[in-house]
Unconditional design. Sequence first.
Length: 619
Amino acid sequence: MRVHWVSLALGLCLLMGALAFHAYATGRVGQGARPAAPAEAVAPGVTALVFHGGPHPRYTPRLLDELARHGLRATFFLVGAHVNEHPELARRIVREGHEVGVSSFREGGRDGLGTAFARTALAAATGVGGAPAEPEPDTPDLHRYDADHVVADVLAGPRGVVRLHVSSVTPAVVDGLVAALAGHRFTTLAGATGRPPAATDAGLAERVTGHALSWAQHHGDVLAAVLGAVAAAVAALAALRTALQLGLAHTSRRLRRELPVRPHAPPVSVVVPAYNEVANIAGAVRSIAASDHPAEVEVVVVDDGSTDGTADAVRALGLPNVRVVGQPNRGKFAALNAGIALARHDALVLVDGDTVFEPGTVSAVVRPLGEPGVGAVSGNVKVANRGGLLGAWQHLEYTAGSNLDRQVLNALECIPTIPGAIGAFRREALEEVGGISPDTLAEDTDATMAITRAGWRVVYEPAARAWTEVPTGVGGLYKQRYRWSYGTFQSMWKHRPALREPNRMGRFGLLYLLLYHVLLPASAPALDLYVLYGAFVADAPWALVVWAAFLVVQTAGAGYALRLDGESLRVLWLFPLQQFAYRQLTYVVVIKSLFTALHGVPLPWLTARRSGLARVVGG
């Protein structure tokens, strides 16, 4: 694994570990039952004073002062969480010569993990560790604060080992015991029983672990609060996006129905850049050539150094108005510019080599170019190979994500991306921005932003449907989305001056991309992490209920998007499963793209393996 992935995974594990430990330390998760205190054999006339609990800021200093006044040494079995809270008292206990050990990590119980945590806490505070765990005493003194009663309770039991809870011991208790056991030699538990000392020198690993856990205990509330705030922000952004998508998409469709349609059917040049597209290129070119557009439609296929016979497959069709030109492999931007230069007409349609048109697609996509000020038109990209699980998920993503986003951005007049699968351009608009630029991997996004900044309108035409083949494997999908995401970041950075310009791309388009294509997917794992923390660590099952309610709202929104785009709702049952599995891939892609962009690593023109499944599918 690459270093940044290892770092990310380690960071997430440390964050979840810190939160889990904080929940354990603050009593938000359960613990085991408390065992009974063992009986020790002590020689006659010897008494071991053993104090459980603490260190407590009120009781422990008072007890230490009284022991010092009598010149006594005792054994303290401390609680790990309290050691982290008051390490200076633990150090004083050791410094004054008392024996120290641990009883548990939290007050009132003991378990194996808690004992280990308590030992590391002691090691971090005092430099001693390896203390054998001892249970707290289950004796009446835990709830007595009258000195005479506490002393009476002690004298009623075995006098060899006197076990008391630190909160029950007052100076009067110590005085009473010393007076009642006059002639006894008071010592530590090890001194009275001959057992090894409870504490030994702590190793470096124990001390480092103890400091880390102490930090988690003290700052876990802050981490949980920050995580909760991020999760709340993610939920708010997602809810706002859903509201924008549904509200503005509906408004955009309603206005489109109400506004008069002006006929515009100019002659069209369709430019198809192709690199190793032999699987789909013949079907793509045939579908374009079969368009029912009333004016001339010429097709210019630019073979960008393919090695699989792409150009030969097109020539073998023998179709009129179809030209094939070849060039050495120089990238998609160069193939597009070459085709645009060769095209005879001013209405240009740029289309990928794995995309199939419907008969009316060309007419639909160029018609808005007749409107004043419209420089480019985005078509409606549909998934052709939607039969498998991965294809169905991508179909949902295109319909309920990308296309719905275009509806929103169309209403705001700031569409940032005309997809490479289908887009129409005025030649004048492309020439004004210098053609297709090689500056980014997302040449379509780069060109669209440039055209908008130049003052042209970019619109969305849902009736211009183009059917494209999507990757059929996770590896191909990952590479494709990685290139898209990285290219989008490059384009956003390149066009950041738009933020200071009086245009809608700066006011709305870049902000929308920043919020919903960068910040939301990059921070969305916090919401999942918070739900996992609340449901399985912090005993807050309501987190799952909230997440489920949110999922229901998103599913309803996806259903509305399918209906709005004329699609069947039969695939909707896959949407919740998509949120569990497929969505994680988008997180990874965005996060890796951010790392790559920050490091300035260049990427080549990545292509997915094609299977020839691009075709028109019935809704």
